[in-house]
Ligand binder design. Structure first.
Ligand code: PRX
Length: 637
């Protein structure tokens, strides 16, 4: 495949950027022209950030799977679409060509239809990283069902919240999932979740781990049996549902600073164009290359850069079921070696964790196929950046430090691999079409270079979220009300003397733990459900591997005789309610929390104490009871 909109030099980047600002509609229409449309759009863009209302390619009709599958069959039918590496390196890998993938997606789309799924229905997908997960996602898109993928590490309660919010009527899961030496009983977690989800009428279970499961009569059926039924029908074709450009493609839940996770909604055409454009340009993808993104499809990175970006570009995407440290810390390098991977896209937390094992696991692996490296999810520290550059990229591979969010649908600020001059720790420059702006607390633009501010975006881009599912007002409030006419990212940012952007981290109460986004309020709510807890406050603290760890200050009902046991029990409660990723790393019992006279917890002070910066707590005179701070400090020592 050729990509006429692929930028080939820094001059071309500058020109494309300029064009995208002068004439955004013309710019994106030129990109969108290279996709397959059933009907072209009447108008490129309508927008306001007040309501907000954003529509791209208005009147256009298409289906994203025709762009990811059908249009490649003629030329790429026998090309690998997905290379799948299992958790256990002894197990056989799978290679799925575009033709295979097309057939499997159509087959499973017919399964969904047989089960009454229609355009617009919501389908929850809770599976491990096996090809059937990608097939399930694409099968939903094929028939216009809206997928809501939930990461396999979330608890029954978290799944139930998400299913109820979206009123899903069908769930696709597996008996279990392999991750390293663990076997996660997905079906049994789903069974617990569904006790509270009357909207779900059907559960389709794919066999993976052969973990014993109980099947509910009338509700549950096996993936394999469902496929057999379609086979007995003679494997009829499954024409793609014609979708309006602005029909919903998927919901993906993510944490914010308040309340429960919200369902970020992405729509068909804009998301497709943006995922593809950012994939091809950021990674400078060339036909035939093997692209390895280590994320899970349960996160946006997996949606955009394992499934939709690479497949819409006719690329070969490598999907890995396991974890980087099992059976040993050489696993990723072994995979690179085995499949001659061209691009490796991973997270700083994985790099830091692998760094701690030294060079032993890297040595004797042939990494000569690597041409490009990528990082995503959290700020990358210079040490990790250099280690990645020197030992994995052998000094010759560019690193793209890509900044973006679930809400943005695709990469926003990043170097173009091998084109943009890189600087460790910097996401560098915005992609064409992206107009970042830094503002101070009062919403005033911070102009010039060598400045800091809150990062906002002032013009729409095709991949941006359209709403939060079932609650448009929440979308407006969260992203579009802090500053007039701007999308507020929640991130702090520095623009240096060269105009390069460096993301400094969240400025709201959202934590980034191992690249996973977790709201402090969510963790507090879970802790407060423990019978022994009166109140709690959660903050982040710097963590060598995870980037940020979770520190919880807890007021307990009565001073417990077994504080360590109680702490364990509280952590366990959080794992049960949210999932293991949200478990506090440290819990400190306190008798009170530092509050202002109006009752607001002063997190700034708690953050400082958690960081161990006890001498710089700043002004504590506005506190209701300054003595509380002294007590917390003593407890910390
Ligand atoms: O704080 C930023 C951080 O991750 C947040 C978005 O998280 P999520 O929606 O889960 O998406 C993660 C994968 C796209 C951002 O608000 N973040 C993401 N990428 C970077 C980053 N921080 C610094 N540098 C990055 N490259």
């Amino acid at each position: 495949m050729s990509y006429p909109y692929k930028i080939k030099s820094f001059e071309e980047y500058q020109e494309a950027y300029k064009q995208s600002v002068i004439d955004p509609e013309g710019f994106w229409a030129n990109v969108a022209d290279h996709f397959y449309w059933r009907r072209k759009w009447d108008k490129v863009l309508e927008w306001n950030f007040k309501d907000p209302e954003v529509k791209w390619f208005i009147g256009g009709k298409m289906n994203i799977t025709e762009n990811c599958l059908d249009r490649h069959l003629g030329t790429l039918g026998n090309t690998p679409a997905i290379i799948w590496e299992p958790n256990d390196p002894e197990e056989h890998h799978r290679i799925i060509t575009y033709r295979d993938l097309y057939n499997k997606v159509c087959q499973f789309a017919n399964v969904l239809k047989n089960n009454g799924v229609k355009k617009g229905d919501r389908v929850c997908i809770y599976m491990g990283m096996i090809p059937e997960l990608a097939i399930a996602v694409l099968a939903c898109a094929r028939i216009g069902a809206i997928h809501s993928v939930v990461f396999g590490g979330f608890s029954a309660q978290s799944i139930a919240d998400r299913i109820q919010d979206a009123q899903c009527n069908l769930v696709i899961t597996c008996d279990g999932a392999f991750r390293g030496n663990k076997d996660i009983p997905l079906k049994s977690v789903i069974d617990d979740a569904l006790m509270a989800c009357p909207s779900v009428k059907k559960v389709i279970v794919c066999t993976r781990t052969r973990t014993p499961v109980s099947m509910l009569k009338g509700r549950d059926s096996w993936w394999e049996d469902e496929i057999k039924q379609v086979e007995t029908m003679g494997n009829p074709p499954c024409p793609a549902e014609e979708m309006d450009a602005e029909d919903e493609l998927f919901i993906l839940y993510t944490s914010g600073s308040t309340g429960k996770p919200k369902g970020v909604v992405h729509t068909c055409a804009g998301y497709m164009v943006y995922a593809n454009y950012t994939f091809v340009n950021t990674f400078q993808y060339q036909a035939g290359e093997v692209f390895f993104c280590t994320a899970d499809i349960g996160w946006i990175t997996g949606h955009s850069y394992i499934v939709y970006g690479p497949l819409s570009a006719g690329g070969t995407t490598l999907m890995f079921e396991g974890v980087p440290t099992w059976p040993d810390a050489g696993r990723l390098w072994e995979i690179v070696d085995k499949y001659r991977v061209d691009t490796l896209y991973t997270a700083p937390t994985a790099i830091r964790s692998l760094m701690s094992f030294g060079l032993g696991p890297v040595n004797h692996k042939d990494l000569s196929s690597l041409k490009k490296l990528g990082s995503v999810g959290e700020p990358i520290n210079e040490e990790a950046w250099h280690w990645f550059k020197d030992n994995i990229g052998k000094g010759k591979c560019p690193i793209v430090d890509t900044w973006w969010q679930t809400e943005t649908g695709g990469i926003m600020i990043t170097p173009l691999a091998g084109i943009t001059k890189e600087k460790p720790g910097y996401a560098t420059l915005p992609l064409p079409g992206i107009q970042p702006i830094l503002v101070d607390e009062n919403g005033k633009e911070v102009e010039g270079n060598g400045v800091n501010g809150n990062l906002c975006i002032k013009f729409p881009w095709p991949g941006m979220l359209r709403t939060t599912y079932g609650d448009h007002e929440r979308c407006r409030k969260t992203y579009f009300s802090t500053y007039d006419n701007l999308y507020f990212t929640g991130d702090g940012c520095l623009r240096d003397e060269d105009g390069y952007y460096r993301i400094t981290g969240r400025v709201d109460d959202v934590l980034n733990v191992s690249g996973h986004r977790i709201g402090t309020a969510e963790v507090e709510n879970a802790i407060n459900m423990h019978a022994g807890v009166v109140e709690s406050a959660v903050v982040g603290f710097p963590h060598d591997i995870k980037g940020q760890g979770i520190y919880a200050y807890v007021i307990s009902e009565k001073l417990t005789h077994e504080p360590e046991l109680t702490k364990k029990d509280i952590a366990q409660t959080v794992a049960r309610i949210i999932g293991p990723i949200a478990k506090p790393d440290k819990i400190q019992f306190v008798s009170g929390l530092p509050k202002t006279r109006s009752g607001k917890i002063m997190r700034r002070i708690l953050r400082k104490i958690a960081e161990g910066d006890l001498d710089n707590l700043g002004d504590t005179s506005t506190l209701l009871d300054p003595a509380v701070v002294e007590e917390i400090k003593r407890g910390k020592i």
